[in-house]
Design a protein around this ligand. Sequence first.
Ligand code: AMP
Length: 283
Amino acid sequence: MKLIHDVQEMQQTVLGLKRQGKRIAFVPTMGFLHEGHASLMREGRTRGDVLVLSIFVNPTQFGINEDLASYPRNLEGDCALAESCGVDLVFAPTAAGMYPPGFQTTVTLGPLTKPLCGASRPGHFDGVAVVVTKLFGIVQPDCALFGKKDFQQLAIIRQMTLDLNLPVEIIGMPIVREPDGLAMSSRNSYLSVEQRQQALCLHRAILKVRELFKGGETSVDRLLGEARMIITAVPEASVDYLELRDSTTLEPVATAAADSLFALAVKIGSTRLIDNTVLGDTP
Ligand code: AMP
């Protein structure tokens, strides 16, 4: 496995491989890797001749009061996990390498970026869209894998790839959870032992909404009301959003259906966690 920091070196390396007819599978991440990332890497391994992992804590997708400076980092540990998952190339650029002086291009999408995390984190998805576009230009992947944990991000990347005719197959992967149900996230490392227990309320809310829907409940108010009760009972939890939306358009729904997305963002203390489920999907 080779670790590359330089943007030009990465692009030239991949270009050489592509000239040899190699198929490139790509997993973009912000590092501090866990089993969720590992599931993407293992699937990526089966989908290409060369597996590329990127590790880049992208400053343009963080708001001014967000956790850019404190975001957890562990390049050595990440490389060990990447190697065990069969990664061939790790691309870990610097912020200056990705955004040199004079950088001035933006990538902005329409309605898909407005609700949910787009409403709570203004500019976040512009940052995601520009960095993913750049990474696709540098790594030139045939396919790229993204987790459904970031459901809205996946929808936006699919749309952007379609709209801009980017020659990349986008593969969405299931949410990987801890044995007790907490969705794996690099940000879980911010939680104290007590907060880690409290964070289970997100998954409890998901299970409750799924159970009620399965029992025939389709009222958005009642489903969200039950979810809110679960969250508000938890001392350090505060709701950022709790919503039911169409899983394709991300528009609000009048009544819940099998293709409705239940998505939530909840702060546990100062740590913001997200989770989601599509009501008719297998959990
Ligand atoms: P991040 O490093 O948080 O930017 O995540 C990099 C990629 O891993 C994104 O496509 C995420 O959706 C995906 N990912 C993060 N956590 C999980 C998880 N628990 N299950 C599945 N995919 C995940």
